[in-house]
Design a protein around this ligand. Sequence first.
Ligand code: BYC
Length: 338
Amino acid sequence: MYTQALNARDTTAPVAGPEEAARAARFQARIDAEERIEPNDWMPEAYRRTLTRQISQHAHSEIVGMLPEGNWITRAPTLKRKAALLAKVQDEAGHGLYLYSAAETLGTSREELFDQLLAGRAKYSSIFNYPTLTWADIGAIGWLVDGAAIMNQIPLCRCSYGPYARAMIRVCKEESFHQRQGYEIMLTLCRGTPEQKAMAQDALNRWWWPCLMMFGPPDAESQHSDQSAKWKIKRFSNDELRQKFVDATVPQGQYLGLTFPDPDLAYDEAAGHWRYGAIDWEEFKQVLAGNGPCNRQRMKQRRDAHAAGAWVREAAMAHAAKRARRAAAKADALQQAA
Ligand code: BYC
C-alpha cells in the first residue's frame, strides 16, 4: 500500500553497508548544522519518501480544500465577498501547484501523485471532509482552518528540504491574509443581527473540534514525528502546535463574543495555557478511513474535475510540442544559414 511504502520506518529497506552509513552520518550532520538539503544532494531514501508523502498530502489538501469554499462562490452575500473568496480559492490552487512542483523535485511525477489521490491511495487533510452549510462556514474556515494551517506551516518555512521551505514562505503570507478575511467575516456576523451571530456560533460549534484534529494524532500515536523531528522536517510536535493554536485562538473567539463548544476549556494560570477537553479520536480515524461526512463527495468531485480537464491537459501538451518543433526547426535553419 502507498502509505506503507512511504512509511519512514520501512523495515524492508536494505541494511546499510559502512559506506552508506557514513553517507547517512554526513547527511545527518548537515541537517544538525541547519544546512538546507537541495534536490540534487544525496539523501536517504526514507527522507525522500517521507517528504514526498508529506508534501504531496499537503498539495492534495490545498486542491481538495478548494471544494468546500468553492461551494459558496456563487452564493457569497456581496460582490466584495465574492471577489475575496474567488481570490482565496485561486490562491489555494496556486499553493497546490507550488507544492506539487516541490514534490516533483524528489523524483515522483505530478501525474503519479494525482493518480495516488484519485485512486484513494493518498491522504489529504481530514478537515476538508466536513460540509460548508452556511455562509458563516466560510468565515470559520478562514479564521480557524487557515489559522491552524498557518500555525503548522510557519515552522515548515524552516524545514530542512529547501524547495518545501521556500514554497512555504509565500504560502504562509497568503494564508495570513486568508485568516484575516475569515475573521473579518466572523466579526461582521457577530456584530450583526441575532440570527447572524447564531450562524457564527453554529459554525464555530461544528468546526472547532475538526480543526484541533488537523494537527494530527496525539504525539504518543504519531508514527512519523520522531524521525521527522530528527530530520528537521517537523520543528514542533502535533500536540505542541495544537496547544499553540488553542492559546492563540481562544482570545480571538472571546473577542467575537462566541462560546467554544468545550465545557472543559479553562485557562491554566500556572502553565500559561488554555487547557481543552478530550478530542474524539474515533471520529478522526473514521474520517481518515473514508467515512467522514463528505469523503465520497470530495473524491467524486476531484475525479470528475480531473476527467473534465483532460482536454486542457492534451491541448497544453500539443501546444508545448508544437513550440518545441518550431524552436528546433528555427535552430536548424540558423545552423544551415551559418
Ligand atoms: N488529516 O505520524 P503522523 C490548507 C495522517 S491545507 C489526514 O503525525 P506526520 C488549506 C498522517 O499523514 C493544509 N491525515 O504524520 C487549504 C499519517 O498517515 P500516513 C494541510 C492525517 O506526517 C485550503 C498518519 O496520520 N496542511 O492549509 O508526521 C483551504 C499519522 O500521523 C492528518 C498540511 O498538509 C490529518 N489532519 O504529521 C484552507 C501540512 N494528520 O501518511 C486551508 C503539512 C495526520 O502515514 N503536513 N494524518 O498514511 C504536516 O505538517 C504533517 O504531515 C501532519 C501529520 C502534521 C499533518
